[in-house]
Design a protein around this ligand. Structure first.
Ligand code: NOJ
Length: 511
């Protein structure tokens, strides 16, 4: 069937439009800004863009709180701006997938406004999950991903479920109107020419019948090890099969990738059955510690799980929800580059997050007053939130906002030290992280397809043949290691300091 489809092997670049480039001078990134910078993405060498939400939204959760799934928020532009961006991307040979946010809407969505105005038990409440509580307590013990309980009480005494912020009521996916509405939204964007969708919280759409208690607190921390009645329900797959039929009814290789925080990988692979999603994000590499044993296990498990369903694996190190991998892995830029080089040598597709090609670190010292993430606010500051990976990109110049906007300031401030990390500066420096990403992506294109084979290696070293026969050696230890015999001449190394046929710590090389 789709063994040659573009996405099987693609490098897909995540654009978080609010922080990518501002074309209108109001301090917030937008579609005109993205359109202007598309040649930068072509030159970087990616195959496709995943554009996170740009729909009408009050922006309580960075646009993942949608009011109108068929329109562009004025903050980001207009539908005409979308069409212009789409056309320009196509001209440059870039595919485009957009976010679909089906688990919840904004509390300002017309259906939710209607539900609130209607009495308990009325049909318009059925499209969300309203219940009476237990005395003054909520209907069950479910917790919100962003901290606190997952229920909010409305004045007439009923509660509604919100697995995320209280401005994001969960839809009732057992309701036919919800299903029909999303079928129509899929068609709407497919008709507008998108190549596919990244589906938000795909594992959450259906909740267990009867909404049973979990029985213990701290559910989010334990979520990877536990079965929870609001994640990964067995009957969820029928919804995805119906979406796949819609995608398949369109010409071209349209695709869908699931955001499903589901483990183990065998459970995740159920989402990529031949008649469901084309791909699912694999977050195991992202959550693994910097250790050869851990990486090897993750790679083996992920490849084995996707092979059972004939899919290719997806690899991710950073996105708009997690600490940037330069900071998270704890080894600074060399380690981040080594991790990237290893990821790019693996068979399958890779998702990059804007700014990782500049080696941006997480901004850990944002003042509380500028933080916007509901995760920070709902947890009373206990969770740092995700603003630190969403700071607008530094394009040029020597002072904030670094060419991101013509306004005096961007919506989140960049540190002064990013003067060293601008696109302008790095594009002119062959030893920069940007030049390193460009070279790696150029080379990756030449070495397509292939399977993975491990080779013997000292402790803390990974040595494998990956995509297109590329040999990759990664030193995850603390001491330099001799390069494997016969491979003295690397095609690319993560920090360019390969001397005396040894591989320094936090370094990867392709041969
Ligand atoms: C996952 C998205 O990536 C994240 O940014 C968002 O907050 C939640 N889903 C809720 O939509």
């Amino acid at each position: 069937m789709d063994s040659a489809a573009w996405w099987r092997d693609a490098v897909i670049y995540e654009v978080y439009p609010r922080s990518f480039a501002d074309g209108t001078g109001d301090g917030t990134g937008d579609l005109p800004g993205l359109t202007r910078r598309l040649p930068y993405l072509r030159d970087l060498g990616v195959d496709a863009i995943w554009l996170t939400p740009f729909y009408r939204s009050p922006m309580f959760d960075g646009g993942y709180d949608v009011v109108d799934h068929r329109d562009v928020d004025p903050l980001f532009g207009t539908l005409a701006d979308f069409d212009a961006m789409r056309a320009q991307a196509r001209e440059l040979g870039l595919r485009l997938i957009v976010d679909l946010v089906p688990n919840h809407s904004s509390n300002e969505h017309p259906w939710f406004v209607e539900a609130l105005a209607a009495p308990p038990g009325s049909p318009s409440r059925e499209r969300y999950i309203f219940r009476f509580g237990r005395g003054s307590r909520p209907p069950n013990d479910w917790e919100s991903v962003f901290g606190g309980i997952a229920w909010e009480r409305v004045p007439d005494g009923q509660w509604y479920l919100h697995l995320f912020d209280l401005t994001q009521p969960d839809f009732n996916w057992r309701h036919p109107q919800v299903r029909a509405e999303f079928d129509s939204i899929l068609r709407y964007w497919l008709d507008r020419g998108v190549d596919g969708f990244r589906v938000d919280v795909a594992h959450g759409l259906l909740k267990a019948e009867g909404l049973p208690d979990v029985g213990y607190p701290d559910q989010m921390r334990l979520r990877s090890r536990a079965e929870l009645p609001y994640w990964d329900q067995n009957d969820i797959h029928e919804i995805f099969r119906s979406w796949r039929a819609i995608l398949d009814s369109y010409p071209g290789d349209r695709m869908a990738v699931a955001e499903a925080w589901v483990s183990p990988p065998t459970r995740l692979s159920r989402y990529v059955a031949v008649d469901e999603f084309h791909q699912a994000f694999n977050f195991d590499l992202l959550t693994a510690p910097w250790s050869a044993a851990a990486y090897r296990e993750v790679v083996d498990d992920c490849l084995a799980a996707s092979a059972t369903v004939g899919a290719t694996t997806t690899w991710v190190l950073s996105n708009h929800d997690v600490r940037r991998h330069r900071t998270r892995l704890g080894g600074g830029l060399p380690r981040a580059r080594a991790a990237t080089l290893m990821m790019l040598a693996l068979p399958g597709s890779a998702y990059l997050y804007q700014g990782e090609e500049l080696g941006l670190p997480e901004v850990v010292d944002l003042p509380d007053a500028v933080r916007q993430d509901p995760e920070f606010h709902r947890s009373g500051g206990r969770m740092p939130g995700r603003d630190g990976c969403r700071v607008p990109l530094p394009w040029s110049g020597t002072a904030p906002p670094f060419g991101f906007t013509t306004a005096p300031a961007a919506w989140l401030p960049a540190p002064a030290s990013w003067a060293e990390l601008t696109v302008e500066k790095q594009a002119a420096d062959p030893a920069s992280t940007l030049s390193f990403y460009r070279a790696a992506l150029r080379l990756r294109r030449k070495y397509a397809g292939g399977t993975l084979a491990w080779h013997d290696a000292p402790a803390n070293v990974l040595h494998f043949t990956g995509r297109g026969g590329v040999r990759c050696v990664v030193n995850l230890g603390r001491r330099p290691v001799p390069l494997p015999k016969g491979y003295r001449d690397p095609l690319l190394s993560s920090n360019g300091r390969l001397t005396d046929a040894t591989l320094p710590p936090d370094t990867a090389a392709w041969f």
